[in-house]
Design a protein around this ligand. Structure first.
Ligand code: ZN
Ligand code: ZN
Length: 433
């Protein structure tokens, strides 16, 4: 498994110190290198503990007829009406322990590699002993055809279909529809007529999107050259017709180094290729990014009954598929952190070496809820699909709407006409004054 490198990619020996009184918070001594971790020993957090494969029962009556009810914002047993939510995952699995103490890579069970050969999973019904096959690609639940019990895929190991934790839906479908209509309404002038006419509230789908959530304990080192203006003056250059004034600057150049510890809490990355924001062929994927953030600290322990009546995307990216992206994000967080400490370099700092030494990471697989409305711009198959997405926790709404070009033209013309009339009125007033 290729995980983030243990050593800074490009951390040089510390350069000669900056001029005295530089003011930047430079630690005097180089930091200790990350201690060696025990062999390739990744640590694992067992998030499936204490739960059997198969029957996922009501804790009061033992029924498997359970649904997530949005009205109650809880799981409801349709047999005895018992209402409950699973425990907070962070607390139960100790995911809230100090990030500063993370060493090596800690992986929750739900982040185990996706295995394509395990899309069909056979469960032994604990009700009657029958064997029932679940296609984990499409569903995590099936009914036993003998005793009608609902069987659920509860164990995270099989194939990446089962996350460690999830955030249940908070916003109702009605809330989501209202927000989508409002979002589209504000852009009504430019939206295609067909888009407005064909808005079908029934097509607003509740979807769980898989994310990998990462905590990171790292040491960042950035080195570069910073410039401070010492003089600004104008000179005359050229001669004859070509004679002109030019502004010149004198600047002192300093070697700049910043080295600091950095703790990152709950960085989220998409783990379904379909929704990978880097795929620019479908720029609408960025919409899912735009409805972030999610309050992943409130995620509850996975229970497949939360997924009933919603669709869910299966995770198909492994930790190693996204670790370079995570490292990039770590690096850009480090760059942003450094910015306030280099203000005195008024002509900027050019970073020539930058790297993060990752001391420890912790990975958890979490499903987050989104209400999604999709619309194909043209009726033909290869058309651009537009999405409006609503964060089903916070209500944040973002989307792309097919734009009608004739309408933009009409609006531009109308604007021009009004400006023309105003000009005319002002002109007349001037005339009569
Ligand atoms: Zn019950
Ligand atoms: Zn059965």
């Amino acid at each position: 498994m290729t995980l983030p490198p243990e050593e800074p990619r490009d951390a040089h020996e510390p350069r000669p110190a900056e001029p005295a009184g530089s003011g930047g918070p430079v630690p005097p001594a180089p930091q200790e290198p990350a201690p060696p971790r025990e062999d390739s020993g990744n640590r694992f957090i067992d998030t499936s503990s204490g739960r059997d494969d198969g029957l996922n029962k009501c804790p009061r009556c033992g029924s498997t007829e359970i649904e997530y009810a949005l009205g109650a914002k809880a799981l409801v047993c349709s047999h005895c009406r018992h209402t409950w939510n699973e425990q907070n995952a962070e607390k139960l699995f100790g995911l809230d322990s100090s990030i500063a103490e993370l060493q090596g890579h800690t992986l929750a069970s739900g982040t185990a590699d996706v295995r394509e050969d395990l899309t069909m999973v056979t469960l032994k019904c604990q009700g009657c002993g029958a064997e029932v096959v679940i296609n984990a690609e499409q569903s995590v639940q099936a009914r036993c055809h003998w005793c009608r019990q609902t069987l659920s895929l509860n164990t995270q190991i099989p194939n990446g279909a089962v996350p460690d934790a999830l955030l249940p839906f908070q916003l109702t479908r009605e809330d989501a529809i209202a927000r989508i209509e409002e979002f589209a309404g504000r852009r009504r002038t430019f939206a295609q007529r067909r888009f407005k006419e064909e808005f079908v509230p029934e097509n607003v789908m509740g979807v769980y999107i898989p994310y990998l959530v990462v905590d990171g304990n790292m040491h960042a080192v950035l080195t570069g050259d910073g410039e401070v203006t010492t003089r600004e003056y104008t000179v005359t250059v050229g001669s004859g017709d070509n004679k002109r004034q030019e502004t010149r600057y004198d600047a002192d150049v300093y070697s700049v180094q910043r080295a600091f510890d950095l703790l990152v809490d709950d960085l989220t990355v998409e783990s379904a290729e379909r929704f990978d924001a880097r795929d620019n062929s479908a720029a609408t994927n960025n919409i899912l990014n735009a409805v972030q953030p999610y309050d992943v600290e409130n995620a509850v322990v996975y229970n497949s009954h939360y997924l009933k009546n919603f669709t869910s995307e299966r995770r198909d990216l492994n930790v190693r598929d996204v670790d370079h992206l995570v490292e990039e994000k770590f690096l850009s967080i480090a760059r942003a952190k450094v910015q306030p400490t280099v203000r005195r370099y008024d002509r900027g700092v050019r970073w020539t070496g930058e790297g993060v030494a990752v001391r420890g990471t912790r990975w958890v697989s979490v499903y987050v809820p989104v209400w999604l409305y999709s619309y194909a711009e043209s009726a033909s198959g290869d058309s651009l699909v537009h999405y409006i997405a609503v964060n089903a926790r916070t209500g944040t709404t973002m989307g792309s709407i097919p734009v009608s070009h004739p309408r933009i033209f009409a609006a531009a013309c109308a604007g021009g006409t009004i400006a023309g009339i105003v000009g005319l009125v002002v002109g007349l007033l001037g005339f009569f004054a």
